[in-house]
Ligand binder design. Structure first.
Ligand SMILES: [Mn+2]
Length: 333
């Protein structure tokens, strides 16, 4: 994989470009993709953003979402645009398998492949050009850095600023996580100067739920939250019946894994939810508790040191038992 700085000559003439991101996109995934989209379009390229899966309601407001092609909805259109394109930008994910059923099409992609991402251990053999900095707050911050390094500061505008602000705000947990650096705040100041309005973006993302999500939270905190104070750990789980009873849809479980970390003394939080034949698991931690290592070792996943994901194909009861055994072993080492 060559450094992304060497990509510039290839973009000197108009290109057909596809930008894609990870499945079940969050605000950093779409913010970085659409931020880069609005930049590359101004540079004269023909650009299409592709999402492998449907996206949640709270991303609907972001400028450009109506142009996004969704693979789950229209496979043929996505295949055509991939086939006709010169380059593929992969944003906010480190390995093509993070794109659900789109994976095999990405695997066989013939054009130039570029990664901009902040997850650990990128699949460098797959990408031709790229930049991977796990210490960065968000892929949105990396897209901002890319635009500045590309001498594109004059093309930054309110539209791009809104997209990038959304991703940096959410990936830093509202500028609370340890990945929030001086550069993050310097960029954020610039995004506000460009016209991004923080309270509007925060409301669009955080105040966009239905009543059922608050009822679900009530159920979780009363019945589905377990605290293991001796291990400084907490677990939330939602089984198939919970998912059905509270009509849990895409986005309804966003951020739930973070709540246990607000308890004094808890530095490791796990959230499990039943999705068809597998259990999706999210991990969050504070300090030097490496949940990337935990997810990779025990639950076929990965991510960042303080935020990772994994999965289990065992039933919920057995998965929780496996979690307890894993936690015991993990804390010993
Ligand atoms: Mn991200």
């Amino acid at each position: 994989m060559k450094p992304i700085s060497q990509l510039a000559p290839l973009l000197n003439s108009p290109k057909k470009i596809v930008i894609t991101t990870h499945q079940n996109p969050d605000a950093d995934a779409f913010g970085s993709s659409l931020g880069l989209y609005h930049y590359l379009v101004q540079k004269g390229h023909q650009v299409t953003v592709v999402s492998s899966t449907y996206y949640t309601n709270f991303l609907q407001w972001m400028p450009g979402t109506s142009h996004i092609l969704i693979f789950e909805k229209d496979e043929a259109a996505v295949r055509k645009v991939l086939k006709d394109s010169d380059m593929l930008f992969c944003l906010d994910f480190n390995i093509y398998t993070r794109t659900a059923s789109l994976s095999s099409d990405l695997k066989d992609y013939n054009g130039t492949k570029i990664i901009i991402d902040h997850h650990l251990f990128p699949d460098s053999d797959y990408f031709d050009f790229g930049i991977s900095i796990p210490a960065k707050s968000s892929t949105c911050e990396m897209v901002y850095d890319y635009i500045i390094a590309d001498d594109g500061e004059n093309l930054l505008n309110k539209t791009i600023a809104e997209c990038l602000y959304a991703g940096v705000m959410t990936d830093t947990g509202g500028f609370r996580f340890s990945c929030t650096g001086p550069d993050t705040h310097r960029m954020t100041a610039h995004l506000l100067e460009l016209g991004a309005v923080p309270n509007q973006i925060a409301e669009s993302i955080f105040d966009n739920y239905e009543e059922k999500r608050l009822r679900l939270l009530g159920h979780i905190f009363s019945n589905r939250l377990e605290i293991f104070m001796d291990k400084k750990a907490a677990l939330i789980y939602l089984d198939a019946q919970d998912m059905q009873q509270y009509n849990v849809g895409q986005g309804d479980t966003e951020g739930i894994v973070n709540y246990p970390l607000s308890i004094n003394g808890i530095n490791f939080s796990t959230f499990m939810s039943q999705k068809e034949n597998e259990i999706r698991i999210s991990f969050r931690s504070k300090g030097n508790v490496d949940v990337n290592l935990f997810a990779r070792t025990y639950f076929s996943g990965g991510g960042h040191a303080n935020a990772a994901g994994g999965k289990s194909t065992l039933p919920m009861k057995e998965t929780i038992e496996a979690y307890h055994l894993a936690l015991q072993e993990f804390l010993k080492s």
